[in-house]
Design a protein around this ligand. Structure first.
Ligand SMILES: [Zn+2]
Ligand SMILES: [Zn+2]
Length: 375
């Protein structure tokens, strides 16, 4: 059947994915027709689904894989439980895979879920065979996690934790509402299947479908639709270039509940040292990407060299203004910090700053209208 080069199948994973999918597709609607579901099924589904997915996005991904902030042990404990409930292996194992994914993104030989191997492989195929049997011997790319007692505890007891949460939580809720089977189907199986595939979309769809505002050096995309189903992880193009940022959707209007959770927890003292990328770096990356797209399109035009020269001049002007503006901004912040606030109010610095702000805004407009012509 299968070619000699293909590694052996992992039957346990195949059984879990296939049986849960079949139950969700067949038994869940059948039970709904014969017995009916109440509003409590829907509410508990949402609670359990959010608990699982946020444990993966805020815990496994932004905390353990990327260290974008620090979290109180109680929060790490919740993420460890939710991650086992999500049935995505231990945080240590997950982070090890994920760090390789970032380091060798799109490299078919090294990236464990390389999107260049196609939708199916990056979505789920990579978990169905022993593709990486020898990479997990020591988790040497996660030495920092070896010092995290909760992560190591979860790794050691992952199987009992996964079984206890996946059966225990739905059964407990079922006892509460007098419908054990209904809750096992909705909070157990349907929640698991949807939580699995919404997370898997980050590795598949978020590397295929969407825009590339920050870089086209890898396949990662920004996709607002995916962000809705993935608690904000749809802004994957941004994430792959600035992986140390606790945010994926950086603008206030971008839907990133994982970011909101991490930030809210910082007000309660549960998270700290939230890392963000300096604004100037973000804007530079964006302008560079727009430059490369525009100049590629200009190359098709008859007067390419002249247009490219003008484009590059505009780009350099923008870079210069950006550097000046952020430099001045730093000085302003410094002045305020040194309790020079009152002096600052009427100072020359303030005037220069306001002027520079306007200059930069004008330069941005001019740059944006230029690249828009060749987008
Ligand atoms: Zn990542
Ligand atoms: Zn990725």
């Amino acid at each position: 059947m299968s070619g000699p080069s293909k590694p052996p199948l992992i039957w346990l994973n195949i059984f879990i994915f296939l049986s849960s999918f079949l139950v969700a597709a067949l038994l869940v609607p059948w039970y709904g027709i014969t017995n009916g579901y109440g509003v409590e099924h829907f509410i508990w589904f949402l609670v359990a689904f959010s608990f699982c997915n946020l444990s993966i996005t805020a815990g496994y991904h932004r905390l353990w894989s990327h260290k974008t902030y620090e979290a109180h042990w109680s929060l790490r404990f919740l993420f460890a439980i939710g991650g086992a409930f999500a049935l995505q292996n231990s945080a240590l194992h997950w982070s090890s895979d994920h760090r390789i994914h970032h380091k060798h993104v799109d490299n078919n030989d090294k990236d464990p879920y390389s999107a260049k191997r196609g939708f199916w492989f990056s979505h789920i195929g990579w978990m169905l065979r022993e593709y990486n049997a020898n990479t997990y011997a020591d988790y040497s790319n996660c030495r920092d996690l070896h010092k995290d007692k909760i992560a190591m505890w979860q790794h050691k007891y992952y199987v009992p934790l996964a079984l206890a949460t996946n059966f225990g939580i739905p059964i407990a809720i079922g006892l509460l509402h007098g419908d054990i089977i209904g809750m096992l189907l909705i909070v157990g199986v349907l929640r698991l299947v949807l939580s699995h595939h919404s997370t898997f979309f980050i590795n598949s769809l978020a590397h295929i479908w969407g825009s590339q505002p920050y870089t086209d050096k890898n396949t990662a995309r920004d996709n607002a639709v995916l962000a809705v189903f993935t608690f904000g992880e749809g802004y994957h193009n941004y994430h792959h270039i600035f992986e140390n940022d606790y945010r994926n959707g950086i603008y206030w209007w971008q839907y990133d509940p994982t970011k909101w959770l991490i930030k809210s927890c910082s007000f309660l003292g549960l998270t700290k040292k939230l890392r963000v990328t300096p604004k100037i770096k973000i804007e530079k990356a964006k302008a560079k990407q727009a430059l490369s797209t525009a100049s590629r399109n200009i190359d098709q035009l008859p007067n390419a060299s002249m247009l490219n020269e003008a484009l590059n001049k505009e780009f350099e002007a923008l870079m210069g203004k950006l550097a000046d503006y952020y430099d001045l901004k730093k000085q302003v912040l410094e002045a305020k910090k040194n309790d020079l606030a009152k002096k600052y109010e009427n100072s020359l610095l303030k005037m220069r700053y306001q002027q520079m702000k306007q200059d930069l805004a004008a330069q941005r407009r001019s740059w944006e209208s230029m690249v828009a012509q060749y987008a």
